[in-house]
Design a protein around this ligand. Structure first.
Ligand SMILES: NC(=O)c1ccc[n+]([C@@H]2O[C@H](COP(=O)([O-])OP(=O)(O)OC[C@H]3O[C@@H](n4cnc5c(N)ncnc54)[C@H](O)[C@@H]3O)[C@@H](O)[C@H]2O)c1
Length: 346
């Protein structure tokens, strides 16, 4: 089975090549590699736009159109896989995306052309959870601010920080990231409150968590960590009313998606000093514009949407992609493909 792997600035092609050799065997069909052209921030911007508007409007990169040839499988992370590319790949059977979101693939065109589209899940939850913990530590001890100040030649003796140990941590969303964070927080002996209407309470008990309403999570927690999925129900559901319930000493962390939050309300809350601080990895506009209002706010730690960006994530992603390709090679189909049902009916 001929596979074309598409490397980008986030997951290099060699990760897929190594994983395919390891999972599918040294003599597995030809594996070719192509790199999606452009800088890291250009690739981030294109991906961010596709996440908001889908792949239908995104142009296929010429280097991918040139490379697709006889490939039967495309293994890809962020690069747009639009209709023109799917049409150019006359022998394509599947597009396997190295992440859960499939915004970069024109699934409608793929289904029409009989091409399966599948993502992978659980690849980067540990990285995102560890960043959330880092945000909590950074904010409660002012680590990022102290670093910037000292490197700028200054010295300061800020008021005492706070400790995570024995605090109350409120999680909004308790999926893969939430569970990884709960495991890591166990050593801090926190009280864990969870607002997630879709989890089994027995699952929560395994992590020593207590089910709570959204309002109680915001009202009672010293740290509120947002890690819910973006759905029509959760779009901008974290709003001024909830921020108004937070303790003045509490911190808010968003490592999930910006569209879950009314960022105007969060900005107003932080700039008025109504809560102690926040940690943000995700924004409405990415990359963050040079004149973004967030850059001048003192009580926030900012990171460039790199929660899932670790060596371990790259290795896991490529292995999960290779396992999916192996399933296709062995069975002729991918059971968890997003369009498996539609293809089955064809
Ligand atoms: N910063 C990054 O680089 C990065 C990387 C990967 C994932 N993420 C984001 O992190 C978040 C969590 O990822 P995950 O892998 O744990 O997802 P997941 O699908 O495993 O879990 C999401 C959870 O959200 C819950 N949820 C849905 N609606 C809810 C609601 N109304 N209230 C509360 N909870 C609700 C679901 O029940 C589920 O348990 C997602 O938004 C994902 O897009 C960010």
């Amino acid at each position: 089975m001929e596979t074309l792997v598409v490397g980008d600035h986030f997951i290099a092609a060699r990760y897929y090549v190594d994983a395919l050799r390891e999972v599918c065997g040294e003599d597995f069909g030809p594996v070719r590699a192509v790199d999606w052209a452009g800088s890291r921030s250009e690739q981030h911007r294109v991906q961010h736009e596709m996440e908001w508007h889908g792949a239908a409007g995104a142009p296929s990169a010429p280097e991918l159109l040139d490379a697709v040839g006889e490939a039967e499988v495309l293994a890809v992370h962020f690069a747009p896989i639009a209709g023109a590319l799917l049409e150019a790949g006359k022998r394509l059977k599947a597009v396997v995306v190295a992440r859960a979101g499939l915004e970069n693939v024109d699934i409608e065109a793929a289904t029409r052309l009989g091409v399966a589209v599948s993502g992978v899940s659980g690849r980067n939850a540990s990285g995102v959870a560890e960043l959330a913990l880092g945000m909590m530590l950074s904010e409660s001890r002012g680590i990022a601010r102290s670093d910037a100040l000292l490197k700028g030649g200054g010295w300061h003796e800020p008021p005492p920080g706070t400790e995570i140990g024995h605090s109350t941590v409120g999680m909004v969303g308790f999926g893969q990231v939430g569970r990884q964070l709960a495991q890591r927080l166990a050593g801090f002996q926190v009280r864990l409150l969870v607002a997630d209407p879709y989890i089994d309470p027995a699952d929560l008990r395994r992590y020593d968590g207590e089910s709570a309403s959204l309002a109680d999570v915001f009202r009672l927690s010293d740290y509120v960590v947002l890690q819910a999925r973006l759905t029509p129900e959760t779009e901008r559901f974290i709003n001024a009313e909830l921020f108004g319930l937070m303790k003045p000493s509490a911190y808010f962390v968003n490592v999930a998606r910006s569209r879950l939050v009314d960022y105007d309300a969060l900005y107003a809350t932080l700039s008025a000093g109504r809560i102690a601080g926040a940690g943000l990895d995700v924004y409405d506009e990415e990359p963050l514009p040079p004149d973004s209002r967030w850059r001048s706010l003192p009580n926030v730690t900012l990171t460039p949407h790199f929660g899932g960006d670790t060596i371990q994530t790259n290795e896991n992603s490529a292995r999960l992609v290779a396992e999916t390709v192996a399933e296709l090679a062995a069975t002729g189909r991918i059971a968890r493909a997003a369009n498996a049902d539609a293809l089955g009916r064809k």
